[in-house]
Design a protein around this ligand. Structure first.
Ligand code: PAF
Length: 290
């Protein structure tokens, strides 16, 4: 039987739509998005569907995670295409709230995960994670899912949301899903649409640098050497604005000491770099095998 996608735009309609599922004891999985859905988002939906009876996706371009001068106004908005993609994969419900539903008039409450939010991307986009945790906390309260799926592409975001969920006792299982990539390794992102053809051809170097870094860490090269090599590879490819090319502890997100990892040491390698006016991020496991 083909399921039909329910489209709801207000909190009261959302609660009414989910109530029968809750009464029936169905497990609700949730994928928050900002829309402009690509295959990576669809893979998150499919991950939620594997483990839940009901899948809810939200589409909300969250103003509080954009700083003045960032791309809030030009961020791609493709509602009709998004709805048809969700319908095609059998998603149950899409929540398309208005700003006033998420941020009621006069709203002043923020959710901040101190520490983790101030490292890596937080150093370059200080507003960003406070906006993300504020909106995700509100969406969690609206949807009340059993489980939520976030992409590992935004690894720092995933770790911050795990911490927020733990600290606030939401009782929601957080699943990290693998990054969806183009054939040359470029992590799929709605912002890839901003790349011109030359930038797009160059962009695969980010993922190649991460792979090389992970291989070099695995054979005992020092963190300092590997970080310098990532920077050099990116620069050779013509990428000159690099926010970071880092090897960090996956839990604390703090830089690993500048020495070789010991066998079994966990690590994450991450890059944030600019191709023209587009900021791209990617990461992968850099743990040294035991
Ligand atoms: O990853 C995103 O698309 C956004 O940061 C999120 C989690 C939907 C919050 O606006």
């Amino acid at each position: 039987m083909t399921k039909s996608l329910q489209i709801v735009r207000t909190l009261s309609a959302l609660r009414a739509a989910l109530a029968p599922h809750r009464r029936a004891g169905r497990r609700i999985g949730f994928v928050p998005t900002m829309g402009a859905l690509h295959d990576g988002h669809i893979s998150l939906v499919q991950r939620a569907q594997q483990v839940c009876e009901v899948c809810v996706v939200s589409i909300f371009v969250n103003p509080t995670q954009f700083a003045p001068g960032e791309d809030l106004d030009t961020y791609p908005r493709t509602e009709a295409e998004d709805v048809s993609r969700l319908s095609a994969v059998g998603c149950d419900l899409v929540y398309l709230p208005e700003v006033e539903d998420i941020y009621p008039q006069g709203s002043v409450t923020q959710v901040r995960v101190e520490g983790l939010s101030d490292l890596l991307d937080g150093r370059f986009r200080p507003h960003f994670f406070y906006g993300v945790t504020t909106v995700v906390a509100r969406l969690f309260v609206h949807v009340e899912p059993d489980l939520a799926v976030f992409g590992e592409k935004d690894f720092q975001q995933l770790q911050i949301i795990r911490r927020m969920t733990h600290d606030l006792g939401f009782g929601i299982e957080i699943i990290g899903a693998p990054t969806w990539r183009d054939a040359d390794g470029l992590a799929q992102s709605s912002r890839n649409a901003y790349l011109d053809p030359a930038e797009r051809r160059c962009a695969g170097v980010i993922n190649r640098s991460l792979h090389r870094a992970a291989r070099r860490l695995a054979i005992g090269r020092s963190v300092a050497e590997v970080s310098d090599e990532m920077q050099a590879t990116l620069r050779q490819a013509g990428i000159n604005k690099i926010d970071y090319a880092a090897v960090v502890d996956p839990d604390t997100l703090k830089g690993r000491p500048d020495e070789p990892l010991k066998p079994g040491d966990p690590a994450r390698v991450l890059i944030a770099a600019w191709l023209g006016g587009t900021r791209l991020i990617d990461n992968m496991d850099g743990s040294r095998p035991a």
